[in-house]
Design a protein around this ligand. Sequence first.
Ligand code: URA
Length: 240
Amino acid sequence: MSERLQKYLARSGVASRRKSEEFIAAGRVQVNGETVTEMGTTVGPGDIVWFDGRPVEPEPLEYHLLNKPAGVVSTVSDPGGGRTVVRLVASRVRLFPVGRLDQDTTGLIILTNDGALAHKLMHPRFEVDKVYLAEIEGAVGEAVLRKLRRGLELEDGPTAPARARLVSRHSGGSIVEIAIHQGRKRQVRRMLEAVGHPVVRLHRKKYAMLSDDDLAPGQSRVLSRREVEDLQRLVTAGKQ
Ligand code: URA
């Protein structure tokens, strides 16, 4: 199976595809001893690719599930020097998070170097289900839950219907479980704010079929082959 040289370089952890194209154009890449500057070049098994005078090989694909603690950012690097999800997971490959959780949100996030699967999981078309537990201000009643279920008008458009149920009530607050398949910025916080119940704490307890039962905050585990296949099936079929 052959593939474009820039894709091979990206899979090898050299740089993004676009950046790899610049490296090719700049004459920094050799295939089987010859410098290649053509953008359409493909490589396959048996081809030897060098970058800046060193052989490069695709990295093995890795899939980790992290229970993100509060105060950690869901990016590869933090210009502010804060802790990132990537630094919490031990790996030799260049991992990146699939989607985002707010800095203060805790819970499940996948880290991988499989760009194709990550891209699909994040695409709204595949409607990956995400379940959150939200501790909120005030006593929630059935009317509020109905609004959340129906969908709400937010400043960037209406939200899709969600699943919502009351888990418990305590003095001054409630805990609700809410399941959405969209991934808009601060969506759950904004939905709850819109119905008059600001979020005190937010935790993602399920991502697709993956749950956090055995992961303490800050812990991660490698997904099993079966779990990766299930995720792949999900985004191929477009349903859960
Ligand atoms: N919705 C939010 O408001 N925050 C998150 O981190 C995830 C979903």
